[in-house]
Design a protein around this ligand. Structure first.
Ligand code: SAM
Length: 223
């Protein structure tokens, strides 16, 4: 059973997810080759990797994205922050949940590749979801400095070196009971070390567990 009630939106999502999955084998092989040559670092992407990824979708997988949709329904989420938008696939799931919750609301999304942001906007328009999305173009360390009210849900789907700056910006805005979901926290746990140190710091009032989705999905609750 789909989380979507609109079959046209499901068809758009299916097409984009297929496009993303088709890229993934090639992307995996590219990184694996660079890894074998000792060219990769846990500290983040180098210029070559940034350039290579500049046109890749890397969409959140359907099961994880549907889980986020249902969480946002359960939380009756009205203000969602999506850290990492790309072509807007996960944004469509989140914005559809806000629309289905009724009473208005917004997904604050952010992307620093202008070409990806333009494609994402076209997808939002195609899905009739533009009114529920505030896409902020630029580096998240600037675009997420101002959040206008309490945040119900955060999707952290970003190059891992940006996860710590992002959670530092989001932490103060989380309402009690808010949820953060972070992708791939088992697959690249080393790279999430600074982010997880923030999560584990008792001063930040968070509790977390790793859910057994492929690659691991961190489920973090503001207590
Ligand atoms: C994993 S992809 C997001 C995929 C998206 N959530 C989806 O499911 O369709 C991460 C995105 O974050 C963007 N990004 C990386 N660093 C960023 C930064 N500092 N500020 C804003 N966007 C950034 C990348 O260009 C990339 O498109």
């Amino acid at each position: 059973m789909s989380v979507f009630s609109d079959p046209k939106l499901q068809a758009l999502i299916d097409r984009l997810q297929a496009q993303s999955q088709a890229q993934e084998a090639e992307t995996g092989a590219w990184f694996s080759e660079r890894g074998k040559r000792g060219e990769l670092s846990w500290d983040g992407f180098d210029e070559k990797s940034h350039r290579y990824m500049a046109d890749k979708l890397v969409a959140l997988e359907p099961d994880k994205a549907e889980f986020c949709h249902l969480l946002c329904r359960s939380l009756r989420a009205k203000r969602i922050v999506e850290v990492g938008t790309s072509h807007g696939v996960s944004t469509l799931y989140l914005a559809d949940a806000v629309r289905a919750n009724g009473g208005g609301g917004v997904v604050i999304a952010t992307e620093y590749e202008p070409a990806k942001a333009a494609i994402a906007r076209a997808h939002f328009a195609q899905a009739g979801l533009t009114d529920f999305i505030d896409l902020r173009e630029g580096d998240l360390r600037e675009t997420l400095k101002v959040i206008e009210g309490p945040v119900d849900f955060v999707l952290m789907d970003i190059w891992t070196e940006m996860a710590r700056p992002a959670i530092e910006l989001m932490g103060p805005h989380l309402r009690p009971g808010a949820v953060i979901v972070a992708d791939n926290t088992t697959r690249v746990r080393h790279a999430y070390a600074k982010f997880l140190a923030y999560v584990d710091d008792p001063a930040n009032g968070l509790r977390a567990m790793t859910l057994p989705f492929e690659g691991g999905l961190e489920f973090i609750v503001k207590t």
